[in-house]
Write a protein that binds this ligand. Structure first.
Ligand code: SAM
Length: 257
């Protein structure tokens, strides 16, 4: 799995991605990261990469030429006379507040792609013509506006990397986690068994794995219902499971609210 990030601030990407679990994954070759400095492809000797807006408006926009040259470098097509704008096995993503809002399903789709190119805008963004030429999809990390696409790119790199085989020590770990099965993960506990008068649910200390699994499944459904009713409404539960959930939430130890 390879990530190429086109950015004016490679240090932002490098600092975050080369830390902790993703950092280890880069070191041991599970994932590959290259950052491409858009300014290396500036339109003049002053390092210019942006310009004022046609049609008026405040702020500066990244010009198409440097972004295009950086993208050609990322796809290994710099200097070629014939260029493929949507190369096979490569997906070009523009991080943008206008894009489809990122979720675990999109992350899973991208994890299956061998080469992901992430284009980070800055200032007012990027000239539309180069985006129309090379981008496969715009992705947003939420309905708010950041100053640049770098933080969004690191979010994507992190979320995708943990699905790449060998990146997490226990590959099945992410299958249990929130959003993987359309619901939230059950609450988790560690030692001590009693803390500030609060006990860990007794069943977790019983050693009875089948009962623990059922408890955790119901606790996961309850958490989803309380914290993300929108997700809960999409779950296809049987009548028996609804009944079991109602009984579970009525138990003293697990009140619904
Ligand atoms: C200040 S923003 C530009 C916003 C743009 N003028 C607009 O109104 O749609 C600069 C850059 O930050 C990145 N960005 C901002 N918000 C984002 C978000 N929610 N998700 C992903 N990238 C974002 C994009 O790369 C964008 O080009």
């Amino acid at each position: 799995m390879r990530f190429s990030v086109l950015t004016l601030f490679p240090e932002l990407i490098e600092t975050v991605a080369r830390t902790s679990i993703t950092g280890r994954a880069i070191k041991n070759g599970r994932i590959e990261l290259e950052t491409i400095q858009i300014r290396d492809f500036a339109v003049n000797a002053y390092g210019q990469v942006d310009d004022s807006l046609y049609g008026g408006g405040t702020g500066m926009l990244l010009r198409p030429e440097p972004v295009y040259q950086a993208w050609l470098a990322a796809t290994g097509q710099a200097g070629l006379s014939e260029v493929t704008h949507h190369p096979e096995k490569t997906r070009t993503i523009f991080l943008s507040p206008k894009g489809r809002v990122l979720n675990q399903t999109i992350v899973e789709e991208l994890a299956a792609c061998p080469h992901v190119i992430l284009i980070c805008g800055h200032y007012e963004g990027i000239d539309q013509r180069v985006l129309d030429t090379v981008v496969d999809e715009d992705l947003s990390i939420g309905d708010y506006v950041l100053t640049g696409g770098e933080i969004a790119a690191t979010v994507l790199i992190d979320a995708i990397s943990r699905l790449v085989p060998g990146v997490l020590p226990d590959q099945s770990a992410h299958e249990q986690e929130s959003h993987s099965l359309g619901r939230l993960e059950h609450p988790q506990y560690t030692r001590p068994a009693t803390w500030m008068g609060q006990n860990v649910p007794e069943i977790l200390l019983s050693g009875h794995q089948a009962k623990i699994d059922r408890f955790q499944y119901l606790a996961s459904l309850k958490d989803t219902l309380v914290k993300r009713p929108d997700l809960f409404n999409q779950l296809q539960l049987s009548a028996a499971e609804y009944q079991e959930l109602i009984e579970f939430t009525c138990q003293d130890q697990n009140p619904l609210v």
